[in-house]
Design a protein around this ligand. Structure first.
Ligand code: ADP
Ligand code: TZD
Length: 578
């Protein structure tokens, strides 16, 4: 049904519908004009008709059980497509539920727009106690890249264009767009309405640094004894896969992929130093950061984790990122694709070469580390009860048979161990807790990956992490998405062997659930696996079926460490752990 015919059939006799439109139609028309294909949200006053009309107009509306998961889905869609993912929420509480995801998107530099209905301005602003009353614009501002409100139906097109442009240009991020109920219901002349909409042209323009900046970086890299490239999720987002690969392979510089940059080059690439990360950071004398920030995930670039004399080259779209932690000797402000292309053009053949001693030092350490890891993996293969590494090896092997599958990953041990065990072969196929280390992204990210790509998704979840978005199993089943949720169930946050309190209450870290039963309630297939072989069989079968499934992997409650590999961030004080 076209939007025009919908208008006619809905408006009935009351108005001459062919000449009138309203805020709801204008939002949908503006989204379509800007080629939005999917909207993730939860309906209610005042946006239910908006969701209905979006769906009727051909936009895929994915209805969630909680706005946080819908928002995370929109953020992941933004990362995966390079176009802002759209999340639709209701006033006040729905808006606030979505805000965590909007903030997380902003922190992770994913483009996303949260469009929220809001209550009547004349009641909210005098705090007269309206239904779902809240000054949402003021609340959103501090958590988003930008926040805008539309006051007139004729400004809807402008508001959506502005939100899209802001979300995706420069450093991508989350944008809030507030549309009060009265604006959604406002009726205006249809021609005026149509004329008020526009399509954003070249929403993320290319940006190249000048020749001097490029030469400065090339010379620094050419003079290095122990160069290193660090690839971050900004590099993955930039979709400059060929340029990055060519630059790395042409120069021979060793590279370290951050977790969501895994797969930009296949993880078994000979120049990857993932297995000798600490040595690479400690010894590198010139480091080229490509779409990666020197934040806590990279120890802020500080010694002794890093060589105190290291010089940094930074490729980033956001100029204010540079010098935020360490002096940047060679800034390259621009988009990764343009910068890498320009570097390839300006680097003379043989100008950047890597001393053999550096390559040898890294590969010797890598061989040691790989041998140590192989021992741990071997021991885990037969351990009973099953260990994280036992289950993860089984998952790794089945994923090798399915390289197109997306991997979503959250938890503490479940995150650290899966990241290190499971290699990625394809760019932008790993989505995880990201810069904040947030729990709750799991099923939302998985849903977006399945919706946007149609490909299978394996969500590898700690049992605590899973709980944050677990109800979205129903969403997965309702839409029949090819998502296999694998819960690494060690009966607790971090681990599951802590004693109950003297009064008999479970320990603060304790959990207890049989997750495979949950998905059967929604019509999906549940598996329970207690050995790596059972994990293999279940995952193989579930992926072959291509239907919603959940595998509850029963892991030794004593396996896992407190906070995974970031235990040092816990405050010390005088607390004694029982
Ligand atoms: P990681 O956690 O993988 O190390 P970060 O999220 O810390 O990565 O860093 C991503 C960086 O990439 C951000 O500083 C962001 O500004 C930058 N960025 C995002 N998109 C682009 C792009 N297209 N070109 C250049 N830089 C980008
Ligand atoms: N709440 C939110 C939104 N994000 C968080 N990161 C946390 C709480 C704290 N937290 C972590 O940092 S990891 C984690 C929590 C609750 C769960 C770890 O337990 P798990 O994984 O079962 O998911 P493992 O494999 O048992 O360690």
């Amino acid at each position: 049904m076209t939007i025009a015919s919908l208008r006619e059939s809905e408006a009935g006799d009351a108005v001459n519908a062919t000449q009138l439109t309203d805020g709801i139609h204008l939002v949908v028309d503006a989204l379509k004009l800007n080629e939005v294909e999917a909207v993730y949200g939860v309906v209610g006053i005042p946006i239910t008709d908006l969701a209905r009309l979006a769906q009727a107009s051909g936009i895929r509306f994915v209805g969630f059980r909680h706005e946080s998961a819908a928002g995370h889905a929109a953020a992941a869609a933004g990362f995966l497509t390079g176009k802002p993912g759209i999340c639709l929420t209701v006033s006040a509480p729905g808006f606030l539920n979505g805000l965590v995801a909007l903030a997380n998107a902003t922190v992770n530099c994913f483009p996303m727009v949260q469009i929220s209905g809001s209550s009547e301005r004349h009641l909210v602003d005098l705090q007269r106690g309206d239904y779902e009353e809240m000054d949402q614009l003021a609340a959103a501002r501090q958590f988003a890249k930008a926040a805008y409100r539309v006051h007139r139906a004729e400004d809807i097109g402008r508001g959506i264009a502005r939100a899209i442009r802001t979300a995706v240009s420069g450093r991508p991020g989350g944008v809030y767009l507030d549309i009060p109920a009265a604006v959604l219901g406002e009726v205006i002349d249809a021609d005026l309405g149509a004329a008020s909409l526009w399509r954003v042209v070249d929403p993320a323009p290319r940006q190249v640094p000048d020749a001097a900046a490029l030469d400065r970086a090339i010379e620094l890299l050419a003079g290095a004894q122990r160069p290193l490239v660090v690839l971050g999720k900004g590099a993955a987002y930039a979709r400059a896969d060929d340029e990055i690969r060519q630059f790395v392979e042409l120069t021979g510089v060793p590279y370290l992929p951050m977790s969501m940059a895994k797969g930009l080059l296949p993880d078994d690439h000979p120049q990857s130093v993932a297995s000798t990360r600490s040595l690479a950071l400690r010894r590198a004398d010139v480091v080229m950061l490509v779409g990666a920030r020197l934040n806590w995930l990279l120890g802020h670039g500080d010694a002794p984790q890093w060589n105190s004399g290291a010089k940094f080259i930074q490729v980033d779209i956001a100029s204010t990122e540079l010098d935020s932690n360490q002096p940047i000797a060679a800034p390259l402000v621009g988009d990764v694709g343009s910068v890498m292309r320009a570097l390839l053009e300006r680097t003379k053949p043989g100008q950047i070469a890597v001393p053999a001693s550096w390559r040898d030092e890294l590969s010797a350490r890598s061989a040691d580390n790989v041998a140590k890891m192989a021992k741990r993996l071997k021991a885990a293969e037969t351990a009973h009860p099953m260990k994280f590494l036992g289950a993860l090896q089984a998952i790794r092997d089945v994923l090798r048979e399915n390289p197109r599958a997306y991997v979503v990953n959250e938890g503490a041990n479940a995150l650290d161990l899966a990241r290190n065990t499971i290699g990625m072969q394809v760019p932008r196929h790993r989505l995880d807790s990201g810069t904040w280390g947030v729990m709750g992204i799991g099923l939302g990210f998985a849903i977006a990956a399945a919706v946007e790509s149609g490909d299978p998704v394996v969500a590898i979840e700690g049992d605590s992490a899973f709980g944050f978005s677990g109800m979205e199993l129903e969403t997965i089943c309702r839409y029949g998405l090819p998502i296999v949720t694998v819960v690494l169930n060690n009966s607790g946050v971090y681990r599951g062997d802590a004693a109950a309190s003297a009064a008999g209450d479970p320990a603060p870290t304790a959990l207890r659930a049989q997750h495979d039963l949950m998905i059967t309630a929604f019509g999906g297939k549940g598996y329970r696996a207690t050995t790596p072989d059972e994990v293999t069989t279940a995952l193989r079968e579930a992926l072959a079926l291509g239907k919603p499934a959940l595998i509850d992997c029963i892991i030794d409650p004593a396996d896992g460490t407190e906070s995974g590999n970031i235990a040092h961030l816990n405050p010390k004080g005088i607390t004694v752990k029982s």
